[in-house]
Design a protein around this ligand. Structure first.
Ligand code: CS2
Ligand code: MG
Length: 403
């Protein structure tokens, strides 16, 4: 079998997505998710200009060699755009292979280690009462794990709060990024009060997660993790930005609150120390952003050796193809923790019809060969790309900070 054609589709059914379609000379095709929120055209151009010519004529079953070709062949290795491009190609090749072999993709990854995949959803509000209402709504829908983000008194803007009834969408359409502002002190003083109220109202059974979104120093993170200990969070995510892996030693030494990191990572090298020093409990990389199944299987194997669990990133800015890839990966590995699943709009789901279903907070796969997701090219054509950026963030004194 040979790769005969490779196409890239950029569309915006409620938000931007980039999709790759690899078709073989036997007419079997595979789909991959090349969406990188706020940098979509970078990945689309990268694949079109630097990958497609080298893919034509190759055997689509040679997933390892093709991965190594694009990883080593670029010379300028790693990085979000490189690895999102390689991830999209890899997912499409595994989808194609599974379809050709007429099995659901998880069968190529070791089969099922469980029948369902536990997920967590988002609950957020501008104020504490609004946040509590949002949690109640999600708990009544049967979710067992809920991420809680809230507006902070005295802060004009804050991460994770929806700007419309359509739910939380971080990318804002425009020609330059919107600017948000941040005050660590106000956040640190409020967060423990938030979770004291959450546990008081909702008791101990539900899992609650929280995302500090890369904004604390190691000592600030150690302080907050310690103060959150009585509320038994499922995890505190992205406490400190991840470039300096050893920064987490200080948090680990000072608290037992479980830690998660990794949604912005794209290779094993970004998390090697986190794993080998057991500095975190969960790794958050998604299959599309981390070089696809071929690389994620290797990360999961190293993490399993060090008792670290995988917890793929699953926001609405990963397409249903990427979510399905996370699902097949999560249902097959032994060291699975939980998967984020924000869901998508009806229009997005129309463009990406899929077989996975959510029941009482867990996702279930059907037995369709491959990923089990399609891409409606005709319908997608009606929704052209619209430039959108993730915000940038400044401290209240104007200093550029982490978003
Ligand atoms: C967040 C994301 O889901 C999460 O854990 O960190 O909402 C993240 O901000 C967006 O995916 C960025 O596009
Ligand atoms: Mg996050």
């Amino acid at each position: 079998m040979k790769i005969e054609s490779v196409k890239i589709f950029v569309s915006c059914p409620d938000r931007n997505f980039v999709t790759i379609k690899i078709t073989s000379d036997e007419g079997v095709y595979g789909l991959g998710d090349a969406t990188l929120n706020g940098r979509e055209l970078a990945v689309a151009t990268y694949i079109e200009e630097y990958c497609i010519p080298s893919l034509i004529g190759r055997d689509p079953f040679d997933t390892e060699d093709i991965w190594q070709y694009f990883y080593k062949g670029v010379y300028w290795r790693r990085g979000a755009v490189n690895m999102a491009a390689i991830g999209a190609i890899d997912i499409a090749l595994w989808d194609l292979k599974a379809k050709a072999l007429k099995v659901p993709l998880y069968q190529l990854l070791g089969g099922k280690s469980r029948q369902q995949v536990l997920t967590y959803c988002h609950a957020q509000g501008k104020t504490l009462p609004e946040t509590m209402d949002a949690i109640r709504q999600k708990a009544e829908l049967g979710y067992q794990a809920i991420r809680v983000q809230s507006g902070v008194p005295g802060m004009k803007s804050i991460y994770g709060i929806a700007k419309s009834s359509k739910g939380y969408e971080p990318a804002i359409k425009g020609n330059v990024p919107a600017e948000e502002c941040w005050d660590t002190n106000k956040y640190l003083n409020f967060a423990p009060k938030l979770f004291a109220a959450v546990r008081k109202d909702f008791g101990e059974d539900l899992h609650f997660l929280h995302d500090s979104h890369h904004r604390l120093s190691p000592n600030e993170a150690a302080r907050l993790a310690k103060e959150l200990e009585p509320f038994h969070l499922f995890w505190m995510e992205d406490a400190v930005r991840g470039e300096l892996q050893e920064a987490y030693r200080h948090i680990r030494k000072n608290s037992t609150t479980p830690l998660a990191i990794g949604e912005v990572f794209n290779t094993i090298y970004d998390c090697q120390t986190f794993i080998t020093e057991q500095l975190v409990d969960y790794l958050r990389m998604s299959v599309p952003h981390t070089g696809g199944f071929t690389h994620m299987k290797k990360i999961a194997a190293l993490a399993e050796t060090y008792l670290v669990n995988m917890a793929p990133h699953g926001p609405s800015d990963i397409s249903p193809i990427g979510i399905a890839a996370n699902l097949h990966f999560s249902i097959s590995i032994n060291n699975f923790g939980i998967m984020e699943y924000m869901g998508h709009s009806d229009l997005t789901n129309e463009v990406f019809p899929h077989g996975y279903v959510l029941k009482e907070g867990s996702l279930y796969l059907d037995e369709t060969p491959g990923l089990g997701v399609e891409y409606n090219e005709k319908l997608a054509e009606k929704y052209a790309y619209e430039k959108a950026f993730l915000p940038v963030n400044r401290k209240e004194d104007g200093t550029m900070f982490d978003w």
